[in-house]
Design a protein around this ligand. Sequence first.
Ligand code: PLP
Length: 463
Amino acid sequence: MRRPRRPPVTSQDPPGASWVAAQVPKRWLPRDYAALWHPFTQADEWEKQTENLVIERGDGVYLFDTDGRRYLDGTASLWCNVLGHRHPRLDAAVRDQLGRIAHTTMLGLSHPGVIEHAERLTALTGLDRVFYSDSGSTAVEVALKMAFQAKQQLGETGRTRFVALTDAYHGDTVGSVSLGGIELFHGIYRPLLFEALRIPSPERAAAGEEAVCLAAAQSLFERHGAELVALVVEPLVQGAGGMRTHTPAFLRALVDLARAHGVFVVVDEVATGFGRLGTMFAIEQASVKPDFLCLAKAITGGYLPLAATLTTEAIYDAFRGPYTEHRTFFHGHTYTGNPLAIAAANATLDAYADERVLERLPVRATALGTALRAVTHPCIKEVRHAGMMGAIVLAEADGSPFVAAARVGHRVSLATRRHGAIVRNLGDTVMVMPPLVMEPAESALLAQAVGSAIADVLGPSAG
Ligand SMILES: *Cc1c(COP(=O)(O)O)cnc(C)c1O
């Protein structure tokens, strides 16, 4: 049956009936507006929105604002909280470490926790060496510089370029932005960046679309294979690109192409690592062993900043030699391998084992998918779901995109707060990324909150 066509949504559209003005935490926000600059946030909107929240504490999968209101954490505090907030084991581990030392450097010194954690990561991944830093961006930046320097020191000096996928996101530092392919985020910086070659990425895991992208990849490697240092890829899901998906077979084929041309493979599991897609690492689903693996976000359970770039012994060996040959990797961040973050990271791995987090994932992941698909509205173009990651893609009922000025995705994210949950949008795609421990009943509430918000902003689903 044809649905009645609703007129295009504009920024002037009145909010839905259930829209109730939030009580603004007046003590804090004016001071925020006066002193802060928020990431990925338009100040003109931020200072006017009535839904701004000041989060004071958390408990499990819930966040609490300064008015004591409770919200489901549908962003996993930006994709990194996996075990819930105020997890007793993680809290205790950080406190315990505080009783010894908060920070000591990795530059020329070591500490017990970091040795233990590196051993655990190498055992989990089959890679040999761990280089620590403090964010996903730096994990990628480190991989880029290591890969480049390794090729130089292996005598393959003609290899100076990188290839990445369209719609890729690898972080916000200049090197990782060079690999990024999201025009809205990265376009303005192009004059500052090195130019990466691009393989078209499939919008979703579908054989036909992937075949076209692979054919393009093949001809790119034939033309440029000898110039390339590395292929850099987010495995199975391009998160910040709006949850674009590809099959394990597609990933595998890309990796095979790179290998055939002597090109390193850098896998960015900053978003997908630590169980997000159902396996500890997404590469397990494609039986891929990269030369570099970038980890961050969930590595500390979402507690403290930490990142790791893993690589092979062969690459580590390419950096050996007498000091005066300058084969050393001259790179390191001040808080690299910070003991408090490492304590949280070790406790996270303990909790994964003890709480059988991965074993319990299938039930929770299926429930999240079911809950998201149960949200219906003529303006839902598509529901994407993999593991504990989901996205609701919004568009006009005829499938055409909303005008950007209508800020539909943004308004839906804000409206979700009125229904007791916090989510974030990427354009008109509403991302749903709960902690891995979110139970089926909570996922249902989270999805319902998003559904109610969609109805608030776009009108009830009756059309
Ligand atoms: C978030 C993210 C990054 C950047 O991590 P930060 O810690 O924000 O610097 C890099 N790659 C991917 C795939 C990400 O999702």
